[in-house]
Design a protein around this ligand. Structure first.
Ligand code: ADP
Ligand code: ZN
Length: 211
């Protein structure tokens, strides 16, 4: 079964994808994490996407579909959660041609709350665990609870890029929600609730999809 998590930057897709991976043994495909790892390892792909990502713009559909093709081939037969893909109508159309989707869970959060969450977000440079300066501080300042590595502010979380990313989301990604509403795969989740409540709701929806 393939489940898609959708939502604006800061909505909590990554957190909930991690939950599905940990608690429900899903295989997680997080395109943002994959691309950031390529940048860290200075691969050719990483070099080609770094500037675009740091500006908060979208990487090209052709690069993303190539990444997805590989990931999907490596995870045949598993339950998969997609985090960060599809982000454009073209990506959604590519996916519809290639795979059967069980459902699309939209974690819906209003813009003011998104900005509040993104500002203050800290990410582990090694294991990608996510923290928040005031909401979910690490036990030791600047260090990951899980692996003790250094926490960083993502380049695209810097203030001037956040508005740009939210605009890209409204323009390019919101129409994708309409795409899934039309084919009956769309489910809204109230993302203003606590992480545990959102996880609970996702779990509930998954059991309906399985039936
Ligand atoms: P967030 O959801 O918080 O915006 P992600 O980690 O999912 O962050 O993605 C970070 C960046 O990676 C995006 O701003 C974009 O540059 C790139 N990216 C990730 N997934 C895609 C995609 N499906 N299509 C195009 N670009 C993508
Ligand atoms: Zn870590």
């Amino acid at each position: 079964m393939i489940v898609i998590l959708m939502g604006a930057p800061g909505a909590g897709k990554g957190t909930q994808a991690d939950y599905l991976m940990r608690e429900n043994a899903f295989y997680k495909i997080s395109t943002g994490d994959i691309l950031r790892r390529q940048i860290e390892s200075k691969t050719e792909l990483g070099r080609s996407v770094e500037a675009i990502m740091n500006q908060g713009r979208l990487v090209s559909d052709s690069i993303l579909t190539a990444v997805l093709k590989l990931e999907l081939e490596n995870s045949r037969g598993k339950n998969i959660v997609l985090d960060g893909f599809p982000r454009t109508i073209a990506q959604a159309e590519w996916l519809a041609k290639n795979e059967q989707i069980a459902g699309v869970l939209h974690i819906d959060v209003d813009r003011e709350e998104l900005i509040r969450r993104i500002e203050g977000r800290l990410v582990c440079s090694q294991c990608q665990a996510v923290y928040h300066a005031s909401e979910k501080p690490p036990k030791l300042a600047g260090k990951c609870d899980r692996c003790s590595s250094e926490l960083k502010v993502r380049r695209d979380d810097e203030r001037d890029r956040v508005e740009a990313r939210l605009d890209v989301y409204t323009r390019e990604t919101e129409p994708v929600l309409g795409f899934y509403k039309k084919n009956g795969k769309y489910f809204r989740v109230d993302g203003a609730r606590s992480q545990a409540e959102v996880s609970g709701r996702i779990k509930e929806l998954l059991s309906q999809l399985e039936r």
